[in-house]
Design a protein around this ligand. Structure first.
Ligand SMILES: [Zn+2]
Length: 83
């Protein structure tokens, strides 16, 4: 067995070869199964792709949901002007 299918997880951010009509390249995994559920992070549109198609279209896995390190300190409070 020589399968080189990238391992993906829920909430992973991925990049596909072709952009969405809205111009967005980045997608978030929202469903894993026979079909892969993706949400366009640019416009919020949700699509389903068959695993085979998804694997062909997948270009890069941007972030993995569970491997997150060196996260220390709190973010500085951004001064938002309201009103
Ligand atoms: Zn989009």
């Amino acid at each position: 067995m020589a399968k080189t299918v990238p391992e993906i997880h829920l909430d992973d951010m991925v990049r596909l070869r072709k952009p969405h009509p809205c111009g967005g390249y980045e997608w978030r995994i929202v469903r894993l199964g026979t079909d892969i559920g993706l949400v366009c992070t640019t416009c919020g549109r949700r699509v389903l792709l068959q695993r085979g198609k998804f694997n062909k279209r997948l270009k890069t896995i941007i972030t993995r949901a569970s491997t997150h390190g060196t996260d220390s300190g709190d973010a500085p409070a951004a001064g938002g002007k309201e009103g």
